[in-house]
Design a protein around this ligand. Sequence first.
Ligand code: XMP
Length: 326
Amino acid sequence: DWNAGNVIAEQVERIRAQVGSARVISALSGGVDSAVSTALVHAAVGDQLTAVFVDHGLLRKGEREQVEQDYVASTGVHLITVDAEDVFLGHLAGVTDPEQKRKIIGREFIRAFERVQRELVDEARAEGGEVKFLVQGTLYPDVVESGGGAGTANIKSHHNVGGLPEDLDFELIEPLRALFKDEVRAIGRELGIPEAIVGRQPFPGPGLGIRIVGEVTRDRLETLREADAIARAELTAAGLDQEIWQCPVVLLADVRSVGVQGDGRTYGHPIVLRPVSSEDAMTADWTRVPYDVLARISNRITNQVPEVNRVVLDVTSKPPGTIEWE
Ligand code: XMP
């Protein structure tokens, strides 16, 4: 029988044998896979591991705090956070094309991560040690999707670690390579990672950057972050987290419509709710969220987020629509 405790014990032993006394680096994205793979490696080698979290300014409300406080408190992982919001937003200024946004975010993510990597490598060398290993949260479906075998570690290049610096020679540690998502969650729970992280729904690496249709700016991110937090809170309160695979909340930043809020006429932006049910994100159906829950989300967003005067529901399946709008 499959048992999380046994898998952890086996992996801990295997990782210890692989790593010896070398140092290890891991990139935390805030998602489930990197959170669990990092905690697993930490359970094996303790402070030989340094985790790196790049805050690109495209995170949802509370995500950074969740990693810096709750995750660190529950795992004891040594964490370095990189403040890269200004850099990312600088490069995203004036960019509206979705693929262009993805490229920029992916490139800057790797740059930010590499800077820290180099510092850690130099630091270790100065102390006579060596950083030899990099943790990746590759799951079994990722391995299958990319054809399996060698050279598949970087398939999530845009949101995991991706193309490694050529002059740094790392070996990969991929402790989740044989596992499915539900097994990874079970291991995360067994390791004591908070449910808010382990039970988290998928969130794209480019973050809120691809949920603003139009240019990404600080103000727009703030607007979307507030609306997204309200939608998430209400869906969770309504007990819909199991039924909903994920619910992108999208700001149509280049669209305006007339509304009436408070004392007068407004000319604000629409927010799109995109709740979907899915097994694997390859296909999806729009979730029939109860009307009263939709009403609460709509009322709260239009009352509490001044820039938004309309909330609309996406009732498109995938195909033909993708889950994300960009
Ligand atoms: P689509 O929009 O293609 O999304 O139906 C399918 C799943 O993939 C996620 N997604 C991404 N994840 N980087 C990621 O890490 C990306 O660029 C990206 N684009 C989409 C999406 O949230 C959904 O779960």
